[in-house]
Write a protein that binds this ligand. Structure first.
Ligand SMILES: [Fe+2]
Ligand SMILES: [Fe+2]
Length: 283
């Protein structure tokens, strides 16, 4: 019975839309340090709507650039091309991730808001811990819950059983796994696999709730794990209702992360998200 359900879920992963074309090209470029402004412009040229959104975002309060940026070339100079590619990636993914998600009780735009918050938080964690060469963690953070897009309706169908477990103190994603035989983190990893994402990103998405299962190359999954906790701390404007307890000791030890930093980083995350909200979070 459970195997049947898993098969059904995997069929849905197979049928899940491919990665937006522009994102695929940009992900390749993000990995190549030789990428030039002209090449980025070439990709964006065919998507004027996307270009307009990039410029709007570049001019948002988040980056605090005093003069108005009006071309992609200018944006590359001011933000650096890696940062710019991240923005483009974000805009490309927003269409996929703005849908309402049944089962997880996520209204329109809520998953997107959480995803943006977790990617802002991931950047703050990287900065705080001075971790080098992890540019792509931003993308893993942005997509960490993408599996919810597939799992939503399955969770909804078995919600009563899942909620009964949660009421007994079992974590939601654990209950999800027990009832459905898989969870949104693992399914998210399968989606990234289908999209031919790099291994580190697949690993980070797949293990964001159980990072202690990671044995090597764990930096990405550890960062996304902490960033997700920070994202949960600021959700619904609440103080997080003790989500800090979900923080893995293995991760804090591996990254030498101090739990006392959570409160401060959550505040910074909220400030960052608010600065982006005009451009990124409006429909
Ligand atoms: Fe999650
Ligand atoms: Fe999450």
């Amino acid at each position: 019975m459970k195997q049947e359900k898993i098969n059904e879920i995997m069929a849905r992963v197979k049928a899940f839309p491919g990665m937006p074309d522009t994102s695929a090209k940009l992900l390749k470029m993000l990995k190549d340090s030789e990428t030039s402004a002209a090449e980025i412009e070439d990709v964006l040229r065919y998507d004027p709507g996307l270009t307009a959104n990039i410029l709007k975002l570049t001019n948002s309060a988040y980056f605090g650039i005093p003069s108005k940026v009006s071309s992609v070339k200018q944006a590359v100079v001011l933000l650096g091309w890696k940062r710019l590619l991240q923005l483009v990636m974000t805009m490309c993914m927003s269409t996929v991730m703005k849908k309402p998600i049944p089962g997880y009780d996520l209204p329109h735009g809520e998953l997107w808001r959480h995803s943006v918050a977790v990617s802002v938080a991931a950047e703050l964690v990287v900065k705080e811990l001075k971790i080098p060469n992890v540019d792509e963690v931003f993308t893993a953070a942005l997509l960490h819950d993408v599996g919810k897009l597939v799992m939503g309706e399955f969770v909804r169908d078995d919600l009563q059983q899942i909620e009964e477990m949660v009421a007994k103190g079992i974590a939601f994603e654990v209950a999800e796994f027990i009832v459905l035989g898989t969870d949104h983190a693992h399914i998210g990893a399968r989606i990234l696999e289908k999209w031919a994402f790099p291994e580190d990103l697949i690993n980070a998405v797949g293990r964001h709730h159980d990072p202690e299962t990671c044995e090597n190359r764990c930096t990405f999954s550890d960062i996304v794990h902490i960033a997700n906790i920070l994202g949960m701390m600021i959700s619904h404007g609440g103080s997080g209702n003790g989500v800090e307890t979900a923080l893995s000791n293995t991760v804090t030890e591996r990254l030498d992360f101090r739990i006392s930093n959570l409160e401060y980083l959550a505040e910074q995350t909220l400030t960052g998200v608010n600065k982006l909200s005009d451009t990124l979070l409006v429909k």
